[in-house]
Design a protein around this ligand. Structure first.
Ligand code: AVI
Length: 321
């Protein structure tokens, strides 16, 4: 099959990922951002509705219950603008933005994402759904590129929710928060959503759902490489694995080869996979009170207030410099 028509920049980024991650000695890896093509994003939306996948609904319930208090704490007596890292379709954010609009009549909302099309969708849908929300998208790879402080009056509230920070290594997570800290001023705040360590059974079930949606989400990365790189992965020859790594405090997702096979990439060459060998596709770090404290301390933030659900499964923390 011929590679699909995608932008040269995206083609190059995917090609670099594949060359570094699959054409290498040792553990083969693929970065989790590769999951989120159109189909992968739709599959992720389905994951968030699964009975086993508690993070999204737990965080949403925290926003529904404590949104007004979160916004009041962030704003103090000042006007608030809201910036969000990795905004995607910004569904849960709507709850907090409504709280800001209730308080001050309107709000400037700056979603930051690599995908201009996802940002455009978020802008159209939010401005239609929530009068008073004025969306000013910033197209940026917030992991690699320095952020710019947007022009705002009053305080800036930076949202990094959904435990998105958990998909980065502790070093990368620190680099992201330091990048964010560089554009914040005294009085501004960060609201960080993090999934907490809990019993292994609950953690494993969330990434091994009975309906097999997470398995489909995981395997979709191979479908994407077939379509966009012209590779010839046989999806049926890989099985989804999600395990809990207690030493690293993370769920690991892998795709395990069911038989020995060769995969051909027209522009890069051929890789071999042994039977049983895995491609490591995602880490999802889970936090403790202490590891969260360390993350803030290492990046110059001070936690001011935290909201958790009754089971202590998820936390949202408001922190300032
Ligand atoms: C987006 N991210 C926080 C999700 C997570 O839980 O790490 C991605 C995901 N992977 C499998 N299921 C959901």
């Amino acid at each position: 099959m011929l590679p699909a028509c995608i932008s040269p920049e995206l083609q190059y980024a995917i090609s670099c990922e594949v060359r570094n991650g699959l054409f290498c000695e040792g553990q083969k890896t693929l970065s989790p951002w590769l999951f989120y093509d159109e189909e992968g994003s739709a599959l992720f939306e389905r994951i968030t509705e699964l009975p086993e996948y508690y993070p999204t609904r737990t965080e949403r319930a925290l926003f529904e219950r404590h949104g007004a208090a979160i916004i009041a704490t962030a704003a103090g007596k000042q006007r608030l603008s809201v910036l969000e890292l990795g905004a995607g379709t910004a569904t849960k954010t709507g709850i907090l933005l409504e709280d800001v609009v209730r308080r001050q009549g309107s709000v400037r909302y700056i979603p930051v994402d690599v995908s201009a099309s996802a940002l455009d969708e978020a802008r159209i849908s939010l401005e239609r759904r929530l009068p008073g929300v004025h969306v000013h998208p910033m197209v940026r790879n917030y992991v690699l590129d320095p952020l710019d402080r947007p022009m705002v009056d009053g305080r800036l509230l930076a949202l990094y929710i959904g435990s998105s920070v958990g998909n980065f290594s502790p070093e990368e997570a620190r680099a992201i928060l330091r990048n964010l800290a560089s554009i914040l001023r005294p009085g501004d705040a960060l609201l960080l959503g993090t999934d907490m360590i809990k019993d292994e059974e609950t953690l494993l079930a969330a990434y091994n759902d009975a309906a097999g949606v997470t398995a489909e989400f995981n395997r979709n990365v191979l479908r994407r490489l077939n379509r966009e790189m012209g590779a010839d992965f046989d999806l049926a020859a890989f099985r989804h694995i999600a395990t809990w790594n207690p030493h690293e405090s993370r769920i690991e997702m892998h795709l395990q080869a069911l038989r020995r096979q060769a995969i051909h990439f027209p522009s890069l060459g051929t890789i071999e996979c042994e039977a049983g060998e895995t491609l490591h596709t995602e880490n999802s770090y889970k936090f403790t009170t202490q590891s969260l404290r360390d993350l803030f301390a290492d990046t110059g933030f001070r936690a001011e207030k935290q909201w958790r659900d009754d089971r202590n499964w998820f936390s949202v923390t408001l922190a300032r410099l």
